[in-house]
Design a protein around this ligand. Structure first.
Ligand SMILES: *Cc1c(COP(=O)(O)O)cnc(C)c1O
Length: 367
């Protein structure tokens, strides 16, 4: 076959282990997946009501490819024009659309390292040069990133809060960066965890979009809204950027149920606020645990925490797995001695912290 040479060294995305797989392998009855930053509280009861009713709908028609109703409601909620939004099959697809629209051989793209893996993956697919700038203390080195921008730079990726560290960028730092980025370079601000942020000096992306016409903000219904399996995300930007991206989007990229559940989920902000509050409280308990056990961690504004065990991350991962907790080993995430844990419910967190303690005891006996 005459495969595109760019894809030859690419690996397919390795999904986290499924609950069923782990149950079978370890003969455990109860498994807790704390690996992919999903919402442990599920989704709004309003979504459940809708799904109970929708069973009898007609699914033989194509969905509204423009997501008109959801667009109208999201625009109102966000205080932007409907024409400033683009909807996608998860944010993942939007990142792909953006890369497809701007990157090609001869151009380059600037990003942090480690950060969300898909920025790099998409850049390889498009044959663009990748310029990675190491994080400093888990935070984007925005000045370092600026020095990497030249006349061939098409996209700069900024992930805040950053996955996998959970560290955010404050308003002042971000604005001083945005002022210096050339106006013909697109800045993608990935806010997958925006709704979890509690920091006072966080920026308001909607204000930034008015001020910086070369900025697109991406958000998702997969995380705090608890709708990961429906695959729906969106971008907010100037009308000019949205117009340029629209032809790259597949005509029916979001499905009819995803559009409906997203609308309903958006209308239940008390569910969102409750999840945010619980997440914040539970994060604090993880901090206390880490302080007590002398483990390094990054303060997180997301629904996950990266904890350094000073041991091979795969070993920590395997141990926790055998106790029924699926987390992510830091090895594949650029932090070889850490694991990334999604903040679960209080019970799940008690359980995973107990399992971590067991690991630490066992590890100290070996050493
Ligand atoms: C989870 C995540 C996404 C992808 O979200 P989907 O909408 O489910 O595709 C994008 N960016 C970051 C940083 C994420 O952690």
């Amino acid at each position: 076959m005459k495969w595109n040479s760019k894809i030859l060294n690419l690996k397919a995305y390795q999904p986290g282990k499924s609950i069923e797989e782990v149950k079978a392998a370890f003969h455990l009855d109860e498994i807790h997946k704390l690996a992919s930053n999903e919402n442990p509280y599920g989704y709004s009861p309003k979504v459940k009501d809708l799904l109970d009713k929708e069973g009898s709908s007609t699914f033989s028609y194509y969905p509204d490819g423009y997501s008109t109703q959801l667009r109208k409601e999201a625009a109102e909620f966000l205080g932007v024009k409907p024409t400033q939004l683009i909807f996608s099959n998860g944010t993942d697809e939007l990142l792909h659309i953006i890369s497809n629209a701007l990157l090609e051989p001869g151009k380059n793209t600037v990003m942090a390292n480690p950060t969300f893996s898909q920025y790099k993956h998409n850049a390889i697919l498009e044959g663009a040069e990748i310029r990675e700038v190491p994080l400093i203390n888990g935070e984007h080195d925005l000045d370092g990133m600026l020095t990497q921008i030249n006349q061939d730079t098409a996209i700069v990726w900024v992930c805040s809060p950053n996955n996998p560290t959970g560290v955010y960028i404050n308003d002042e730092k971000l604005q001083s960066f945005l002022k210096k980025v050339p106006k013909d370079v697109l800045v993608v601000l990935d806010e997958a965890y925006y709704e979890y942020v509690c920091a006072d000096d966080y920026y308001d992306a909607r204000v930034l979009i008015q001020q910086y016409p070369n900025l697109i903000v991406t958000r998702t219904f997969s995380k705090i809204y608890g709708l990961a399996s429906f695959r729906i995300g969106y971008g907010i930007a100037s009308e000019e950027i949205i117009q340029a991206l629209e032809p790259v989007r597949q005509p029916f990229n979001t499905n009819v149920l995803a559009q409906k559940v997203a609308s309903v989920a958006l209308s239940d902000q008390s569910f969102v606020q409750n999840c945010r509050k619980l997440n914040h409280e539970e994060l604090e308990r993880f901090y206390q645990f880490c302080e007590k056990e002398n483990l390094n961690y990054y303060p997180s504004q997301g629904n996950f925490i990266l904890i350094d065990f000073a041991h091979d991350g795969d070993e920590v991962f395997s141990f926790l797995l055998s106790k029924g907790y699926i987390v992510r080993s830091g090895k594949a995430l650029g932090f070889p001695t850490s694991v990334r844990v999604t903040i679960g419910t209080k019970e799940q967190n008690d359980g995973v912290m107990d399992a971590m303690l067991e690991f630490l005891k066992q590890a100290s006996m070996i050493n």
